[in-house]
Design a protein around this ligand. Structure first.
Ligand code: MN
Length: 258
């Protein structure tokens, strides 16, 4: 790793979101070689999708700021292969408007951008600022992520991560001084009835639907990302690109091989 880190910053809320400005400031506490390549418009829920049927347009907004009319994954590809003047040492994605906990990570464009960075061999961290777990929100506390972000990145960079590993960080919905520590967690699991389909009626009397999420808490086990965030700790979860569930290998082999 070079003395001077080069960081690519991206997100899924779009290049004009306050979260990416907060993450840019965090990155600038670590190095002055920071590049931003982020979607023109919000891509939350885009997961790891890649634009294959349309051309990608790159628009330069400032010396180190670029917008891509595409997904977070497109942005990481463009950033690492086209925009940056050389290899990156780190990809930082976020800070997402809202938590990415439990099965959120499978929908999340924020996490997917970090997956793409990891797939391309660059250490990558996804950041999300929790809010509105039990209410409709209130102000988003970007300052909580911003207060604790740079020091956390420095700590994480001291560890050796195995190949294919990315880190998913969530900041709790409380003021910076109320944060009750940092916990290394595993991915939790929400109760199964958390996704709700809200049916409404349009002006012509036809039904339409909104996908939404129940705001109550799930039963969360100790040591999970959910529990840490409920208890106001910063959650740090190592995730793996290899989704193989090793314990099922012999069971499946026994029925397939006979
Ligand atoms: Mn988002």
């Amino acid at each position: 790793m070079a003395d001077r880190l080069r960081i690519l910053v991206t997100n899924d809320d779009g290049i004009h979101s306050p979260g990416i400005e907060a993450l840019y400031r965090i990155a600038n506490e670590i190095t002055d070689d920071v590049w931003v390549v982020a979607p023109e418009s919000e891509q939350s829920g885009a997961s790891h999708s890649l634009t294959l049927t349309d051309p990608l347009r790159l628009r330069q907004l400032d010396e180190h700021w670029f917008a891509v009319r595409g997904t977070p994954t497109d942005c990481v590809l463009m950033g690492l292969k086209k925009v940056l003047p050389g290899p990156a040492d780190l990809v930082l994605s976020g800070i997402n408007r809202g938590q990415n906990l439990a099965e959120d990570v499978t929908y999340s464009g924020t996490v997917a951008a970090a997956m793409e960075g990891t797939a391309l061999g660059v250490r990558s961290i996804a950041f999300s600022q929790a809010y509105g777990i039990e209410s409709t929100g209130g102000p988003l506390r970007w300052e909580t992520a911003e207060t604790h972000g740079a020091e956390l990145v420095r700590k994480l960079l001291k560890a050796h991560w195995g190949p294919g590993v990315l880190v998913n960080v969530n900041f709790p919905d409380c003021d910076p001084h109320e944060v009750a520590g940092i916990e290394v967690t595993r991915q939790g699991k929400r109760d199964e009835d958390m996704v709700v389909l809200d049916e409404r009626e349009d002006a012509r009397g036809n039904p339409y639907y909104w996908i939404g999420f129940s705001r109550r808490r799930s039963e969360a086990a100790q040591g999970t990302d959910l529990k840490a965030i409920y208890e106001r700790r910063i959650s740090v979860t190592p995730l793996h690109l290899d989704l193989t569930q090793a314990e099922s290998l012999p069971t499946l082999k026994s029925v397939i091989d006979g």
